[in-house]
Write a protein that binds this ligand. Structure first.
Ligand SMILES: [Zn+2]
Length: 193
């Protein structure tokens, strides 16, 4: 997949550009259009169905305060209950009400969703949440006794993450996103357009 193979749509789902005639995934449109319409501060919405993300989304515990990666999301997750494949446009209202002004959401029994002011911000949130999910699954499946991080310390660390996040506003460079792009170009030089 390259940039020119992506399908571009407007907020009504009308196709603006579709170089391969692939059309769009209607459930994907329901989810992404809901967030874009409701949150003008958000310029990128990512939604994944990875094994680790789906597994965590299917557990009552959600993401537990077990490690530093997970603390970025402590007390900052939104949750949306499963309603079947998201083909009902009426779900958009409930989805954005559940999201509120948060940027990270667990779609229960379904997967993960992150929002960013930039592509780099949405990607970094998803990358870190994915790692938190994988680490939690590894901890749970090991059967080892868990060391839960206390509420006060977990909240303090979540605030530290927020204080750190200064390069997604304005036009400041985003070193992490630039590094991911360099890595992608190195691995897939033929796909650079
Ligand atoms: Zn989905």
């Amino acid at each position: 997949m390259t940039a020119s193979s992506l399908v571009t749509v407007d907020i009504n789902g009308d196709i603006l550009r579709d170089n391969h005639g692939a059309g769009i995934n209607k459930a994907g449109f329901t989810i992404h259009s809901a967030v874009h319409a409701a949150r003008p501060d958000v310029h990128c919405v990512l939604h994944t169905h990875t094994v680790a993300g789906v597994a965590i989304s299917s557990m009552e515990e959600g993401i537990l305060p077990l490690n530093q990666w997970s603390l970025q999301f402590h007390n900052r997750l939104a949750f949306h209950d499963y309603e079947g494949i998201a083909l009902d446009l009426g779900e958009r209202e409930r989805l954005v009400a559940d999201l509120g002004d948060r940027n990270v959401m667990v779609l229960r029994n379904h997967g993960l969703l992150t929002c960013g002011r930039t592509v780099g911000e949405a990607f970094a949130l998803m990358f870190n949440m994915e790692r938190a999910c994988r680490a939690q699954l590894a901890i749970m499946s090991s059967g080892g006794r868990q060391i839960r991080i206390a509420e006060e310390l977990a909240e303090k660390t979540a605030r530290q993450y927020e204080g750190w996040d200064t390069h997604h506003t304005g036009n400041k460079p985003d070193p992490q996103w630039e590094a991911f792009q360099r890595l992608a170009i190195k691995h897939y030089p033929d796909l650079v357009e």
